[in-house]
Each structure stands twice: as structure tokens, then as C-alpha cells.
Design a binder for this molecule. Structure first.
Ligand code: CTP
Length: 403
């Protein structure tokens, strides 16, 4: 009963989805939560404070400069006297205000003043959701630690337009509230992680490329394990045939340079785990057209050039995450090589594995690794890649335990 006794400050902003907030209040209260509503003036165009107040069995706050409200509670106390701030529906306008720190009404002022976890359920027209301005605002807010539930796709209430923009259903929002409040069991809640996974494909010409045998299983499992502990995870994945993990923001790339750009875009972050088997070299100048075979003439040679070392870049970056972890795929002198990599790449830990063909690790589901830190080496037993991921996530969480 995560919700029993929990105090939810519910901000209702002005969208047609506000009618679902009435049911949401009921669902939250039947699970034992107290709901204190704030309505924007837009929200009051769609549903009345009377209905909201009746369902919440509480006073509905609407004005920033209400003498009665200010004396009663005050917007600062309102912002703090709760376990969670829930915005449902969250309009494009309110999200834009939040992303920019505007505070020109009670809802936006409370959002700027709160030090509580904030969960938003966006609702808007699909074009508005897809607009680059909204996308920028959402990315900013995610970076600020705001969590989202929805929007989902389907037909819009106001038109026959379909697409992503519908507010999540009340029960989905309730589940997200429960998850957000259960963050005690999620020691990486509020932490941002970036994980790379899979191989990279380096083009030779439009139809051919250089690649390697990485399946992405280990990197994807790590992204998933970090998300399960509450981290906000961006997974930058090279081409793989396994599905995107749930609850993780996935950026698909092909080349090492694209992977580096996507990783740098995900900074600042608290944690970086670089698992991808990045191609060390790319073809110096990939051909624009398919290279043709000319019988009797010389066979083409490929001139290679070095790819950016993403782990090293992150390990020495001005926005270096607190914890930078790399992998070392070795076929010989595993420990010594991995230790050298730790220093060279500016990492805090290296997971070293023996990928000599006899082990069957590359492309397989099991992994036998050593965890190498500056002050010691731990040999882990032979584990499934999921288990290696869960164990690593726990090691990472220990680094973020409150003092
Ligand atoms: N790595 C990276 N960018 C590269 C190459 C490697 O981010 N261009 C990262 C990998 O994701 C991994 C670590 O560096 O975390 C080690 O990769 P590995 O291939 O073992 O090391 P290399 O630096 O390529 O060294 P070598 O091939 O000489 O062993």
C-alpha cells in the first residue's frame, strides 16, 4: 500500500483531459492518499473547482495572490507539504513555463518552489507534443529530474486527429505515482545514466560496412538494471536485433561518431557505462557510390582512420559523470590490459571479460567478468548477462548511497 497516507499535491492545468482528473482523484483517494488540488485558470474552463473539491474533500487552491490562501497555507508551504507533486493534465504551456522557471500563477510558482518529486502527465494535441519546442522543454525537464507518465497515442477528444498526446489513463497515472513514491526501493532515483551498447557499423560504401559480433545483450541488460533501480537511463545503441528495454530512453545510432555525439548529448549525467563494442577504426573516406568490381584490375584496399574513443572522451570530459565505467574485451592478459585501460581512459571501474573464442561470450548470453577498480580486483562467478547487469547496478547504487 504505497499510497496509504501519502499526500499528493495535484495540479490540474487547462486541457480537455482535465475531466479524467476527477476520476484520478477518486482512484488516488481510494488507495489511501490525500489529494490537495491546485487548478489553473485554464483548468477551470473545463471542470469546476466545486467538482474537484467535492471529490478531493479538500479546499481547491486557484490564486497566487489570495489573501485567504496565503494566510491559510502560503504557496511555499503548499509546495513543500506533500510527498509528491502530480500534474495531470500537464499542458504544453505549463511544461514550457516549468522548463523556463516562470512563475506567474499559483501552479507555476508552486512548481518552481517545490523540493518534492514531480510527476507530470502531459496532454496535448499530437502536433504540439511533436513540436521541437515541446521536445526541448521535455528534455530540459527530464534533465531537471521531472518524471513523466504518457502521453499515449490514440484519437484526440477534440478532433479526429490521431497520434501521441492523450493523457495517460487514471490507473496508469496511479501506477506511476506509486512507482515514484516507492523510490526508497529505487536507490538510483533521480540519477541520470548514459549507457552504450551493441556494435557500431562503419560504412565502406552505401551497401557495405565494417562491424563486429556484439549482440548488445550486456549493454541493454545494464540499461534495464539501472532503470529498475530508478535511474533515468539513456541507452545509445548501435544496430542490434534485440528489442529496446522498457522504461529506458533509447537513441539508435550506427557509426562511432554518431554514438559519441549521442552520448555527449546525454551529458550531464551521474553515471556513464560504456559497454558498446565501438569499432576502433572507420574507413577513411567511405565511398558515396557502391564500389564496383572491375575484373582484371587491382582489388581495392581500405585505408582506415581511428574512431573517437567514447569512453576516453567521457572519462576526461569537463562534464565527466561522477561514475564512469568501461568494459574491456580482451583475448589475453585480461587483468593487466584492463588495468591499463582504467588509467588510459579515465574510468573509475572496468569490467573485464575474456572474449577469446573458446569462451563463447561474444554474442552469447553468459559472461564471466572481473571488476577492476583503482584499488582492487574482484572476480565474479560465471553469470548470465542479466545477472552481471543486476550486480553491476547494485555496485553503482552503492556509490550513490546517502552519507
Ligand atoms: N570504447 C569506446 N570507444 C571506442 C573504443 C572503445 O567507448 N572507440 C569503450 C568500450 O565501450 C569499452 C572500452 O572502451 O568500454 C574498452 O574497449 P576495448 O575495445 O576493450 O578497448 P580499446 O580501447 O578498443 O583497446 P584495444 O582494442 O586495444 O584492446
Amino acid at each position: 500500500m504505497v499510497l496509504a497516507g501519502k499526500r499528493i499535491l495535484l495540479i490540474i492545468s487547462g486541457g480537455i483531459a482535465a475531466y479524467k482528473s476527477l476520476d484520478l482523484i477518486r482512484r488516488l483517494r481510494e488507495r489511501g492518499a490525500t489529494v490537495r488540488p491546485i487548478m489553473t485558470s485554464g483548468a477551470q474552463q473545463f471542470i469546476t473547482p466545486l467538482a474537484v473539491g467535492a471529490l478531493a474533500a479538500d479546499y481547491v487552491f486557484t490564486d497566487l495572490f489570495s489573501r485567504q490562501d496565503e494566510q491559510d497555507v502560503g504557496h511555499i508551504r503548499l509546495a513543500r507539504d506533500c510527498d509528491l507533486v502530480l500534474i495531470a493534465p500537464a499542458t504544453a504551456d505549463l511544461l514550457a513555463k516549468m522548463a523556463n522557471g516562470l512563475a506567474d500563477d499559483l501552479a507555476s510558482t508552486v512548481l518552481l518552489a517545490t523540493d518534492r518529486p514531480v510527476l507530470a502527465a502531459p496532454a496535448m494535441n499530437p502536433k504540439m507534443w511533436a513540436n521541437p519546442a515541446t521536445k526541448r522543454n521535455i528534455a530540459t525537464l527530464r534533465g531537471d529530474g521531472i518524471r513523466f507518465v504518457g502521453p499515449t497515442s490514440g484519437e484526440m477528444a477534440e478532433s479526429k486527429e490521431a497520434g501521441t498526446g492523450r493523457m495517460a489513463e487514471p490507473l496508469e497515472i496511479v501506477a506511476a505515482v506509486e512507482m515514484r513514491l516507492d523510490d526508497g526501493a529505487r536507490p538510483l532515483a533521480g540519477r541520470k545514466a548514459v549507457v552504450t551498447s551493441g556494435p557500431t557499423y562503419e560504412p565502406i560504401d552505401p551497401v557495405r560496412y565494417i562491424a563486429n559480433r556484439s549482440s548488445g545483450r550486456q549493454g541493454h541488460a545494464i540499461a534495464s538494471a539501472l532503470a529498475a533501480l530508478g535511474a533515468d537511463v539513456t541507452l545509445v545503441s548501435g544496430p542490434v536485433s534485440i528489442p529496446d528495454p522498457m522504461g529506458v530512453h533509447v537513441v539508435h545510432v550506427e557509426r562511432a561518431e554518431e554514438m559519441r555525439d549521442a552520448v555527449l548529448c546525454a551529458l550531464p549525467a551521474d553515471i556513464a557505462v560504456m559497454v558498446a563494442a565501438v569499432a576502433d577504426w572507420r574507413v577513411a573516406s567511405a565511398a558515396d557510390q557502391k564500389i564496383k568490381k572491375h575484373p582484371g584490375e587491382s582489388i581495392p584496399t581500405l585505408a582506415l582512420t581511428e574512431n573517437p574513443d567514447i569512453l576516453k572522451t567521457v572519462g576526461h570530459h569537463t562534464q565527466r559523470p561522477k561514475l564512469v565505467i568501461g568494459f574491456a574485451a580482451e583475448t589475453q592478459d585480461v587483468e593487466a590490459n584492463a588495468k591499463a585501460k582504467l588509467e588510459r581512459k579515465g574510468a573509475d571501474m572496468i569490467i573485464a571479460n575474456d572474449v577469446s573464442p573458446a569462451t563463447g561470450i561474444m554474442g552469447g548470453t553468459r559472461n564471466s567478468v572481473k571488476l577492476i577498480r583503482h584499488d582492487g580486483v574482484e572476480q565474479w562467478p560465471d553469470l548470465e548477462k542479466d545477472e552481471v547487469a543486476a550486480r553491476l547496478a547494485t555496485v553503482i547504487a552503492e556509490q550513490f548511497k546517502p552519507e
